[in-house]
Design a protein around this ligand. Structure first.
Ligand SMILES: Cc1ncc(COP(=O)(O)O)c(C=O)c1O
Length: 292
């Protein structure tokens, strides 16, 4: 059955869900988006995702033509229209239709679309055996140029980094800041485990403040781990006891090798496992019910 896509206030079949070639989201990557997930009838941390979307829009001075409450309802309505309980939701707000110049004032109204689809899960094998990562030569955008805390439609540097990872035969890669600090991965945040301590780079260096990242930090604190946001370089990754990446699609994935060096014992570690168990527990209750 064709997906029903929410487009500017209406649910339309996917073949009719089209945006204009004059949309500045397409012409210039001018817009913001979210990737959200629903677990068994609950949209995980929808409020946090929408807070991030609306904050990003505020930074780029993009007026979203719906209140946050209306957007919440639009997301839920789209999932219901597709009869889903488990879903991956893509929510996009573009600057809208304008002329061929950069000037956003020529775009009178932002365009919004919401796609709720089945999820392409990482194979369970990845959680059991772990991921191999490389470090990409493409650097994360400097926040002086484009602040990575905005989930904008500009993903070209992440895509180029992803291509490097794929060419190296691995699904994900580490991106460094222009100063050589570990920032995050192409579509995931990164964590190190040392003893009873969890370390992740601060978002002020241009990382996305991941919703999964935030949840993991809370779970870790509840599990008695010390959580630190601090700058580190690759040597710290190579010598960590455990490494894992977090993201909406990935959840928490153990990393067993980085740049050809085994991480810790070269297999998924107990802290990562405990955090993943805690995270999966949290997804059962934390969020917006779709069918209340
Ligand atoms: C660059 C980047 N970092 C991190 C993440 C993880 O964020 P979240 O946990 O909110 O999915 C994403 C997810 O889309 C991302 O694109």
């Amino acid at each position: 059955m064709a997906l029903q896509v929410w487009l500017d206030g209406r649910l339309v079949p996917e073949e009719e869900a089209r945006v204009s070639v004059f949309d500045h989201g397409l012409l210039y990557g001018d817009g913001v988006f979210e990737g959200i997930r629903a677990y068994d009838g609950i949209v995980f941390r929808l409020k946090e995702h929408l807070d991030r979307l609306y904050n990003g829009a505020r930074v780029i001075m993009l007026d979203i033509p719906l209140s946050q409450e209306e957007m919440t309802q639009a997301v839920l309505e789209t999932i219901r229209a597709n009869g889903l309980r488990d879903a991956y939701i893509r929510l996009v707000v573009t600057r809208g239709v304008g002329d061929l110049g950069l000037d956003p004032r020529k775009c009178p109204r932002a365009s919004v679309f919401i796609i709720a689809a089945g999820i392409a899960l990482y194979p369970e094998e990845v959680y059991i055996n772990g991921l191999r990562l490389i470090t990409c030569s493409v650097r994360r955008n400097s926040p002086d140029a484009l602040d990575g805390s905005i989930k904008s439609l500009n993903y070209l540097n992440n895509i180029m980094a992803k291509m490097e990872a794929i060419r190296a035969g691995v699904p994900e890669g580490i991106m460094l800041t222009t100063d050589g600090y570990v920032a995050e991965c192409t579509g995931d945040n990164i964590f190190l485990v040392r003893g009873e301590r969890l370390i992740t780079p601060p978002t002020s260096i241009g990382n996305l403040p991941g919703i999964t990242r935030g949840a993991v930090m809370e779970i870790a604190a509840r599990q008695g781990l010390e959580v630190r946001e601090e700058l580190f370089r690759l040597a710290s990754v190579y010598t960590a006891e455990e490494v894992f990446v977090t993201g909406t699609a990935a959840e928490i994935v153990p990393v067993v090798e980085v740049d050809g060096r085994p991480v810790g014992a070269g297999k998924p570690g107990p802290v990562t496992k405990r955090l993943l168990d805690g995270f999966r527990e949290l997804t059962k209750t934390d969020g917006e019910p779709i069918y209340p």
